[in-house]
Design a protein. Structure first.
Length: 246
């Protein structure tokens, strides 16, 4: 962190840290020396697995059940993380969902759920975390390259939610700049996780580098944004997608 010595104990809260990109974020930040809190909603087994892996490697982690569609749960998770860890130096807001359907078939229920988790949940997670964040902290969101190029039919709502994240990051970066807190957004392209299960081969064909990304590659960018070296970057949306949007 830009505000402390390397020897200082650093902490990170990952919203949606039980699987995929969020699990990679938690593991990578633990390897970097952060104590970790992570949230999950449906897979306590996977959350426990991430915690065990971190602990087995000599790190420290706790998991918290918190639905990112529930404002009270988000706030309580940040409070619990801050109580246990002492503070939140870095927050990674990764929890996100996808529902695919063309505009004439998209249900109101799915629309509301997407907005609740992918947009309102992101804003509220940042709001809750920065109340426990020292000056010089880091906010990192996981958007999507669909904010730049939707790419396939049926993804209008998903792309809309991720464009909202890219947009909110700029405004929040301005809000938090006086505290030296940086706010940046990572926009992955197709990455091999449960979210893309069964789609990998089709997606691979659409990517100039002819492969999908690995969660660890997104974890490496998260590691950089969380580091002292990234202190001059804020309000940015960084696309990491094998050239898909080009
Ligand atoms: N994979 C891709 O190709 C790709 C590309 C661009 C952007 N992204 C974005 O990257 C993020 C992670 O995607 P992923 O592929 O790793 O997804 P994933 O494999 O489906 O994992 C989703 C993670 O988010 C958590 N989560 C989902 N809904 C939640 C909720 N309501 N409250 C709290 N946690 C919740 C899940 O918790 P449980 O385990 O408890 O369910 C899980 O830890 C998402 O924001 C996604 O939109 C993914």
């Amino acid at each position: 962190m830009s505000n402390g010595s390397e020897a200082e104990h650093r902490t990170a809260l990952v919203f949606g840290g039980s699987r995929g990109i969020g699990a990679a974020a938690a593991s990578r930040l633990a390897t970097d020396g952060f104590s970790i809190a992570l949230t999950y909603v449906s897979r306590p087994d996977k959350a426990a697995e991430v915690v065990s892996t971190i602990e087995a490697a000599g790190g420290s982690a706790l998991s918290i059940k918190a639905d990112s569609a529930d404002p009270a749960a988000i706030k309580a998770a940040a409070t619990q993380a801050a109580e246990v860890l002492g503070k939140i130096d870095v927050v990674v807001v990764n929890a996100g969902i996808i529902r695919i359907a063309p505009v004439d078939a998209f249900t109101l229920e799915d629309l509301d759920q997407m907005l609740a988790v992918n947009v309102r949940g992101v804003f509220l997670a940042i709001q809750a975390a920065v109340r426990h964040m020292p000056d010089g902290g880091r906010v990192i969101t996981i958007g999507s390259n669909t904010a730049v190029r939707t790419g396939t039919p049926g993804a209008s709502v998903y792309a809309m939610t991720k464009a909202a994240v890219a947009s909110m990051v700029k405004g929040i970066a301005l809000d938090l700049a006086p505290r030296g807190i940086t706010v940046n957004n990572i926009q992955p392209g197709p990455t091999e996780t449960d979210m893309t299960a069964g789609m990998i081969e089709r997606l691979r064909e659409m990517i100039p580098l002819r492969r999908v990304g690995q969660p660890s590659e997104i974890g490496a960018l998260i590691s950089y944004l969380a580091s002292d070296q990234a202190g001059y970057m804020t309000g940015a949306s960084l696309t990491i997608d094998g050239g898909f949007v080009l």
